[in-house]
Design a protein around this ligand. Structure first.
Ligand code: BDR
Ligand code: CA
Length: 305
């Protein structure tokens, strides 16, 4: 039976790959795509999520979510994602979202699902936190919470903090305290999922479908990272964990997020060596079989139309 998931995203160039990978994979039953602001403003991330979803031919419902974090305002990342979030690559209009709002949809799905649902967060986790804050008993119907978030060492948005964690650290703290383990695809993990010109050419050569072409066109606009030799394909790592956990090695840890104002805000403090003895509320994905990851990605994206 397919694993039911809710995909919470802010497309976003790498979100586009995650969304396509999820919708192309029969092992996953995507019950909802919920959208927050983040990489660009909510109006754009929502339009992008709708356009990407409809490009696949899928009728999975798409929901409008948070246009701001629990405190303050989102900051965006147009340097990586372009001012429109998809590197200026134009897609056919994807129509309108559902009338229901993201947090309401997340709660309804968790409340009514016959089996535990996996939450996948590849954006600031405001929508997921709002849902759990307003009906905490629903955590009992969560299987896993899988996030692209955080870093155990250096950040990418600030020296201390990764972009999604920094954009709503209070929301991340809600998830870390909810009682279900949080699986982290951190920057150290996604630094192993590097797109290079060769890998992009191989990916493009996997097929002639419009989704594969769009994904490759979008990725071609992403600048090389200053931190690593290539462009990390962050968000699809969270989906790949659900599809093929054998590609990863993992470690159970305790994790917290720094909420104090100042230079450390948004930093994820991941206790990989159990120095604190705190309860193990997280599973950190540590290593990735990158060739296996790109093989999976190419195989699945080639299935889309
Ligand atoms: C994360 O931040 C966003 O810019 C990406 O889409 C990804 O979710 C990487 O730090
Ligand atoms: Ca994202």
């Amino acid at each position: 039976m397919a694993t039911p998931i809710i995909l919470d995203c802010d497309p976003g160039t790498d979100d586009a790959f995650a969304l396509f990978l999820a919708l192309a994979s029969p092992e996953l039953d995507v019950r909802a795509i919920t959208v927050a602001g983040g990489n660009v403003g909510l109006d754009r991330t929502l339009a992008n999520a709708l356009a990407l979803t409809r490009l696949t031919g899928s009728n999975v419902p798409v929901y409008r979510g948070a246009d701001r974090p629990l405190l303050g305002a989102f900051f965006n990342e147009p340097r990586v994602h372009g001012v429109d979030g998809l590197g200026g690559i134009t897609l056919p209009d994807g129509g309108q979202p559902e009338h229901e709002l993201a947090a309401d949809a997340i709660r309804r799905i968790l409340r009514t699902a016959a089996e535990p649902v996996t939450l996948v967060g590849i954006a600031p986790v405001s929508n997921l936190a709002l849902a759990l804050m307003t009906e905490p008993s629903l955590t009992s119907n969560i299987d896993q919470i899988v996030l692209m978030s955080g870093a155990w060492a250096e950040g990418n948005a600030t020296p201390a903090a990764e972009f999604n964690a920094l954009n709503d650290p209070e929301a991340l703290a809600v998830l870390l305290a909810c009682g279900r383990p949080v699986v982290f695809a951190t920057l150290e993990l996604t630094a192993q999922a590097l797109v290079t010109p060769t890998r992009l050419a191989v990916l493009r050569g996997r097929g002639t479908g419009r989704c594969l072409a769009a994904a490759c066109d979008i990725q071609a606009t992403v600048p090389l990272s200053r931190r690593v030799p290539g462009s990390p394909l962050h968000d699809p790592c969270a989906i790949a964990w659900l599809l093929r956990p054998s590609l990863f090695t993992t470690r159970a840890c305790s994790a917290k997020v720094d909420l104090a104002p100042g230079i450390g805000r948004g930093r994820t403090v991941i206790d990989r060596w159990n120095r604190t003895g705190d309860p193990l509320n997280a599973v950190v994905l540590e290593t990735l079989d990158a060739d296996g990851f790109f093989e999976l990605l190419g195989e699945r994206l080639a299935l889309l139309r």
